[in-house]
Design a protein around this ligand. Structure first.
Ligand code: AMP
Length: 295
């Protein structure tokens, strides 16, 4: 990724509104609301790519003011995960937000978001028993809690999430429904590179060889989707083929390849209704996820 400073831009020369405090966000959003503007919110961890920009464009098209948050949330990273090395090209991200016509970017410090050790957590254990849940203990509690906090801070009319993180999107929708949060959750399609690789901030970690190998995820998932379209209903057979396909691309560790009910994420052995087929694979030190919806 090209740093904005390389392009002669830095945070100070940009005119996009940057908000560091919760108080400033409340003031900005309050003024927008008073002016009758509907707020579209896109929460991110930064290192913005076309996947994020597609959410921002949809937010702009479905609301009057787009607010983007950029916060690498420590509570959703496990102790051996990549919190420290997660890419943080803030100047390039702000330049991207400016280019996309974002109304304001909320980039809080960890101290601003977590001034004291919080005693409240939002958890949806029934939705974390499959897919990434068992492999990333506590991750979705961190996600649900920070999204709930961000919703309280920004109070958006609509919030935009990517299908790329399918389990996250199901969890956020359910949290909003269960807790009567006055926000409409919009899930947008996964944006891919021309060859099919799902865009991800973590793709920046991949070597050329890793990148070649990473293509096997989308290829295997697309092949499975084609088979379902052709009448295959045996989810276990599909998952076996996906595993073989990914393993044949080179050395890797498959955290999971699973077919789950699209609504409640329970494991399925037969495809009898809407399902998500999802994979998480470690290639070198990089963990990649991808999914397709079938049935
Ligand atoms: P992240 O910065 O990875 O936390 O992602 C922020 C939002 O962007 C989440 O709702 C993601 O699902 C979404 N997102 C990330 N990658 C993609 C992609 N390739 N296509 C669509 N949405 C994405």
């Amino acid at each position: 990724m090209i740093a904005a400073s390389d392009a002669g831009e830095d945070a100070r020369s940009l005119s996009v509104k940057q908000l560091q405090t919760i108080r400033d966000v409340r003031e900005f959003v309050g003024a927008a609301r008073t002016a009758g503007r509907r707020i579209g919110f896109v929460p991110t961890m930064g290192a913005l790519h076309e996947g994020h920009f597609s959410l921002i464009r949809t937010a702009r098209s479905q609301s009057d003011t787009a607010v983007v948050s950029i916060f690498v949330n420590p509570t959703q990273f496990g102790p051996n995960e990549d919190y420290q090395r997660y890419p943080r090209p803030i100047d390039a991200d702000l330049a991207g937000c400016e280019r996309e016509g974002v109304g304001a970017v909320f980039c809080p410090s960890v101290q601003e978001m977590y001034p004291t050790r919080a005693l409240t957590t939002v958890a949806l254990p029934a939705l974390t028993r499959t897919l990434c849940g068992p492999h990333r203990p506590g991750h979705f509690d961190g996600v649900a809690t920070v999204v709930a906090k961000l919703f309280q801070i920004v109070q958006p009319d609509r919030a935009f999430f990517g299908q790329k993180d399918y389990q996250q999107s199901v969890i956020v929708r359910r949290m909003v429904a269960d807790l009567n949060m006055p926000v409409e959750v919009v899930v947008c399609p996964t944006v891919r590179e021309a060859d099919g690789l799902a865009m991800s901030s973590r793709n920046a970690y991949l070597s050329a060889e890793d990148r070649r190998q990473a293509l096997s995820l989308s290829q295997a998932l697309f092949a499975a989707r084609d088979q379902v379209a052709a009448g295959q209903r045996d989810a276990l057979a599909l998952v076996q083929q996906i595993r073989r396909h990914i393993q044949s691309a080179g050395p890797c560790r498959i955290d999971y390849a699973e077919c789950v009910d699209a609504a409640d994420l329970t494991p399925q052995s037969q495809i009898t209704g809407p399902c998500a087929i999802a994979v998480a694979v470690r290639i070198g030190a990089t963990r990649l996820i991808d999914n397709v919806l079938v049935g």
